[in-house]
Design a protein around this ligand. Structure first.
Ligand code: CA
Length: 224
């Protein structure tokens, strides 16, 4: 899962990026509205954290432009403390949630998790496919109730596939959603991660769809 942060306060921006990376997200950071708008329009994100008070282009305008461009990624806006008019304006412009500054980063992460889950149609914070369970809160993965240790990249890849269970996900889509923009993206590494995940969770957990990509399905649904 990949998140864009648009925040002009350097300390807060860096802190948010570090916290979200620690929580298992690929993160890009834009420090003004123009950069933020560009990245949100051209890159693929699973959620965006958007400060409203931004240099170059203000956050509400950025959000309004994205929505007019049919970019429907979930957006959480950061508003000034107690500014109810900011909250209303943000929601009117197409925000999915808001958080007033100052906030606890734990709350931001919890809200982002919920936004990403809802956008992919998952009601529960625990994602299940057969014997494989992925807890989006703790970042823990288990196979038949036994904990399984995954590297950060393996977790990102599995998490993306589990959020999109039953769908065919192309290699390009995986690359776009598990790496930030500064990462040296090599599509061969996706195959390597898939192989490692299969070794840890069973060969049948991820199906290769020749020429199209990968799919993760529930074993019961696969048999039908
Ligand atoms: Ca600001």
């Amino acid at each position: 899962m990949r998140v864009l942060i648009v925040e002009d306060e350097p300390t807060l921006g860096r802190q948010l990026r570090a916290t979200l990376e620690g929580a298992g997200y690929a993160v890009d950071l834009a420090t003004d509205g123009e950069d933020g708008h560009f990245l949100g329009s051209t890159e693929s994100y699973d959620a965006i954290v958007l400060d409203l008070g931004l240099p170059e282009i203000d956050g509400l305008t950025v959000l309004d432009r994205w929505r007019k461009e049919d970019i429907d990624v979930p957006v959480l806006v950061l508003t000034a403390r107690d500014s109810w008019s900011d909250k209303v304006a943000g929601l009117d412009a197409g925000a999915d949630d808001y958080l007033a500054k100052p906030f606890q980063t734990e709350e931001l992460i919890a809200r982002l998790r919920a936004l990403i889950r809802r956008a992919s149609g998952n009601a529960s914070s625990e994602l299940v496919a057969g014997d494989v369970r992925l807890d989006t809160r703790s970042g823990k993965v288990s196979l038949a109730a036994e904990p399984v240790k995954l590297t950060a990249q393996e977790y990102k890849l599995l998490s993306y596939l589990m959020h999109h269970k039953g769908k065919v996900v192309s290699r390009t889509e995986l690359i776009e959603h598990i790496y930030d923009q500064d990462f040296d993206r090599d599509s061969n590494t996706i195959e390597v991660f898939v192989t490692r995940i299969r070794k840890k969770l069973g060969a049948e957990v991820i199906t290769t769809i020749r020429g199209l990509g990968y799919s993760l399905e529930d074993p019961e649904e696969r048999r039908e």
